[in-house]
Ligand binder design. Sequence first.
Ligand SMILES: NC(=O)c1ccc[n+]([C@@H]2O[C@H](COP(=O)([O-])OP(=O)(O)OC[C@H]3O[C@@H](n4cnc5c(N)ncnc54)[C@H](OP(=O)(O)O)[C@@H]3O)[C@@H](O)[C@H]2O)c1
Length: 234
Amino acid sequence: MKKAIIIGATSGIGRELAKILVKNNYKVGITGRRKELLEELKATSPENFIVQAFDCTTESNSEKLAELTQQLGGLELLIMSSGTGDENSKLDYSEDEKTINLNVKAFTEIMDWTFNYFRVQGFGHITAISSVAGLRGSEHAPAYFASKAYQINYLESLRKLAKKPIYITDIRPGYVDTAMALGDNLFWVSSKEKAAKQIFGYIKRKKDVGYVSKRWVLIAYALKIVPSFIYKRV
Ligand SMILES: NC(=O)c1ccc[n+]([C@@H]2O[C@H](COP(=O)([O-])OP(=O)(O)OC[C@H]3O[C@@H](n4cnc5c(N)ncnc54)[C@H](OP(=O)(O)O)[C@@H]3O)[C@@H](O)[C@H]2O)c1
């Protein structure tokens, strides 16, 4: 049985991915702060899940990952799905700090611990859910968009450091129907079930980058080529 950890499996994309991994013969360490939701998931397949509830912004992620990996008896795949961020055009720093603490600080510690574990082991696969939001800035949620740009660049750096068979997959959703779907005029919204299925496909194919849903690659392309003097007016 293959071994995986999902950081942020209490709800949304991470929870759906946990269900898919178990169907595909993985034993899965599931994390998040809401322990009751993790226990509820474990009850659906007790022998396939190990629960470890913790807050990535207040606990030592390295210690928690080491403990959970030991309980699993190894690690081949880590999925970083925990993330936070909200509309903050008022620039309330206490809101931004929450975003930075999870999406930047905890993210970095989790990436570093896992990459070094895989480096010693000689193989492994890291998948992180960044966002199309990481491709350009936004006046609506500056820290969130910047944190996702950080993640995209960090993952690209890891990919340059990685020697096969270590793989780094950067998942960039547009909108997925979860609590994290930010904004009022949402379009091309995927269900979390469809999103998780597509993400698992990208993982199986060891893709470097995957857009969810696939047509968001068009928006990504447009965002990359639109000149700044036009972008700042729209
Ligand atoms: N939904 C979208 O439209 C969309 C679009 C682009 C990117 N994304 C990204 O997709 C990822 C997953 O989000 P989602 O859409 O599935 O939303 P979600 O259902 O709100 O999931 C967020 C996950 O993060 C965990 N989390 C939040 N704060 C945490 C903390 N301090 N410590 C540990 N875990 C924490 C939550 O668990 P607890 O609250 O139990 O701790 C939950 O499991 C995020 O990185 C998000 O930025 C989402």
